[in-house]
Write a protein that binds this ligand. Structure first.
Ligand SMILES: Nc1ncnc2c1ncn2[C@@H]1O[C@H](COP(=O)(O)OP(=O)(O)O)[C@@H](O)[C@H]1O
Ligand SMILES: [Mg+2]
Length: 348
């Protein structure tokens, strides 16, 4: 906002003061991805353009208390935090939360009601994308390949665990992938190789929630591809594709994701141009179909002639080893430029 036209003292002196936008970075949170969110948030704080933005932060503790950077040591319950955030009148909340309560539409709904613009997808796209069962149904419906899967609840498992294990063995085979459908960062995931291991995996993954999905293990080359919105109404662009090769891990697990050098991440991916184009097309398709906003990143496996979509992340990582910033860098965009682009698309 420019002061042009205002007969202020500064204007008479020929100084046109441009008010900096206040961006509040929201990080931490009560999900099991708390630590990753803190890493993402700190990278964002370090890289937001302070020539353009006034920057502050809020850390949500694992217990759900809010800690504002302008009141260090003052842990607030949400009932006190909400009026404080409202009175700050931020121009934008940069949501750097991952997983349930941060990436699933709930915090987005709160900010919608408060009338505070925020980065990334709105309530419904966030709620849809974090649900791997429903987002897969939708992506299958628009003609994208997804892994075959069987879903069941703790109740189903107690009632007929043996029957479920039999169905999994007959229709998906072992090894298979056991997932909690609402977790990220590969938490709550296991790849059992035998029926015995399958039973242990189910018990372990049930610790993350009462609904499970078991997927066919897809063999092939793992890739991921970011999408950024262009200027309002101008559509979106897909970033260069990254190929992921975990060094020691069997799959792209928590260790491979967040430990330096535990995975070789090659951007742009060393894949045929025609495959690259299809990967980018699927990422754009997922972004539009799920109704994402601002940015997203979709994970896929190239398996022979097929490209199998695994999921779309509405708040992918922004840590030092994260993939969306790598894709942006390969497109010639610095971390700072990437954040500026994202803040520019913030809305309610
Ligand atoms: N059906 C599958 N076949 C093969 N590998 C898989 C499958 N599903 C997940 N994986 C592996 O697990 C990782 C995490 O799975 P993903 O569905 O992307 O969940 P998250 O939200 O935890 O990233 C993937 O990056 C991939 O390495
Ligand atoms: Mg993933």
């Amino acid at each position: 906002m420019c002061c042009r036209g205002k007969r202020s003292e500064n204007y008479r002196r020929g100084v046109c003061m441009r008010a900096k936008k206040h961006v509040v970075v929201l990080m931490g949170g009560i999900s099991s991805e708390h630590d990753i969110s803190i890493q993402s948030g700190e990278m964002i704080l370090d890289n937001l353009d302070t020539d353009t933005y006034k920057v502050s932060s809020i850390v949500i503790t694992r217990d759900g208390e809010w800690l504002f950077s302008d009141e260090p040591g003052e842990y607030m319950e949400i009932s006190r935090a909400i009026p404080k955030l409202r009175d700050m009148h931020p121009d934008c909340v940069f949501i750097a939360l991952h997983g349930p309560f941060g990436e699933d539409g709930r915090i987005q709904g709160l900010l919608d009601l408060m009338g505070i613009p925020y980065t990334g997808s709105g309530c419904s796209a966030s709620g849809l994308a974090i649900d791997k069962i429903r987002s897969k149904q939708i992506m299958r419906h628009v003609g994208v390949s997804v892994p075959d899967a069987i879903e069941f609840t703790l109740h189903d498992w107690k009632l007929d665990g043996e029957g479920i294990a039999h169905r999994v063995s007959e229709s998906l085979g072992f090894p298979c992938v056991v997932k909690n459908p609402r977790q990220g960062s590969s938490l709550g995931m296991a790849i059992p190789k035998t029926a015995d291991e399958f039973n242990d995996a189910v018990e372990q993954v049930l610790g993350y929630g009462y609904t499970l999905m078991v997927e066919r293990l897809v063999h092939g080359t793992e890739v991921t591809c970011g999408v950024l919105d262009l200027e309002e109404g101008e559509g979106e662009e897909a970033l260069p594709v990254t190929e992921i090769r975990p060094v020691k891990s069997e799959f792209f697990d928590y260790h491979a994701k967040y430990t330096a050098d535990a995975a070789n991440e090659i951007t742009p991916a060393e894949i045929d141009e025609s495959i690259r184009d299809r990967v980018q097309e699927i990422s754009l398709n997922a972004h539009r179909t799920l109704g994402c906003r601002g940015f997203s990143r979709s994970d896929m496996i190239i398996s022979g002639d097929d490209i199998v979509w695994l999921e779309t992340n509405t708040i992918p990582g922004f840590t030092e080893t994260s993939l969306l910033p790598q894709g942006a860098a390969a497109a010639g965009m610095s971390f700072k430029d990437l954040l500026t682009r994202i803040v520019a698309t913030a809305t309610i």
